[in-house]
Design a protein around this ligand. Structure first.
Ligand code: MTE
Length: 324
């Protein structure tokens, strides 16, 4: 994502990655993936079978399973290993395989969430209180990164709408802003000025209240790994992945549109809305197609990441080329 990286995954264009992967397969040179510095996280890219069970993590029991498969054929879930080793979490490093290594020390208990702004009562809530209010449900969603790769992830979480309703925002609340922990001691990436820390994202209230929008607390039936944003992260499946702010410590309701981290860092590249839109390219990445992690060929990107039927009406009358 960043404009400031020198050696990075985003220099590995999807095309060259594809060619390199074919080379790996041809040579049977899986080990070369690490040798050329692409990182061990690529082992699952070269046709390795996914592990039969999530290899680690604390199981979450008693959740409501995803009902009849919500995904069309061809949308198999991405292996657990890929979901948990190919991450964007700049607080723990710029390379995709760094968060899995460096986020393990993040302390996710005790953990509180501050609620403030246009709300009936400002308060600080313990994460376990929140978890007690909302038993997790399984949601299998596509995730499309603005870098033009995608995954399918079986999340566990609860509708953000349920929490918002309980918090009672005032009639002035038009937006909800969510903020990641700021703690350079625990988050070495925050010691560098890569971004304006802490990471902040926000939604318009109708987007936040949409039933597809969830706060995730787990994936693959397990407690959310730190690198994926433990203990609580946002998931908005029709938007680019960068809207999915991780390790949330603050929820603020506002009357005006909040400043968000990537839109602030590069306003011509990242918009507030960030709806997945194959018709509007990013300056460095065509958004017309995507590389589904684990697939050998690219696939077309769908408007609103395939969720147009559910969400397009939120944007009636808006010019989505300008409000990108
Ligand atoms: N949240 C924080 N706090 N810091 C980040 O760097 N990266 C975003 C988003 N949330 C990021 C973040 C980006 S660019 C993406 S694509 C997703 O997290 C990646 O989520 P994943 O690592 O669980 O796949």
């Amino acid at each position: 994502m960043t404009r400031r990286r020198t050696k990075s995954e985003d220099e590995v264009t999807p095309e060259s990655l594809y060619l390199r992967r074919r080379e790996f397969i041809k040579n049977g040179a899986l080990a070369a993936a690490t040798a050329v510095g692409v990182g061990s996280a690529l082992s699952w890219l070269v046709g390795q079978a996914p592990p039969p069970d999530p290899p680690a993590g604390v199981a979450i029991t008693g959740y409501v399973p995803a009902s009849a498969s919500p995904l069309p054929p061809g949308d198999a879930t991405t292996p657990y290993e890929a979901v948990t080793t190919y991450n964007n979490y700049y607080e723990f490093g710029l390379d995709k395989n760094e968060p899995a290594r460096y986020a393990q020390g993040l302390r996710t208990r005790p953990w509180t969430i501050r609620v403030e702004g246009e709300v009936a009562r400002a308060q600080t809530i313990d994460i376990d209180t929140v978890l007690g209010w909302f038993p997790p449900q399984e949601r299998v969603y596509r995730m499309r990164c603005v870098e033009a790769w995608s995954m399918v992830i079986p999340w566990l979480g609860f509708p953000l709408a349920d929490l918002i309703t309980r918090l009672e925002p005032t009639s002035k609340a038009k937006y909800v802003e969510l903020t990641t922990l700021a703690d350079p001691q625990q988050m070495p990436g925050q010691r560098a000025k890569t971004l304006d820390w802490p990471y902040v994202e926000a939604l318009r209230m109708d987007e936040a209240m949409h039933p597809l929008t969830i706060l995730a607390v787990g994936l693959y039936g397990r407690v959310l790994p730190n690198q994926n944003g433990a203990p609580l992260r946002l998931v908005v499946p029709w938007k680019y992945g960068f809207k999915g702010v991780k390790s949330i410590v603050k929820i603020r309701f506002t009357e005006t549109q909040p400043q968000t981290t990537w839109a602030l860092a590069a306003p011509t590249e990242y918009g507030f809305y960030a709806n997945v839109n194959p018709a509007v390219d990013h300056p460095r990445w065509s958004q017309a197609t995507e590389r589904r992690i684990g697939d050998l060929t690219r696939r077309r990107t769908l408007p609103f990441n395939g969720y147009a039927d559910q969400v397009a009406s939120l944007y009636t009358g808006m010019d989505l080329r300008r409000s990108f």
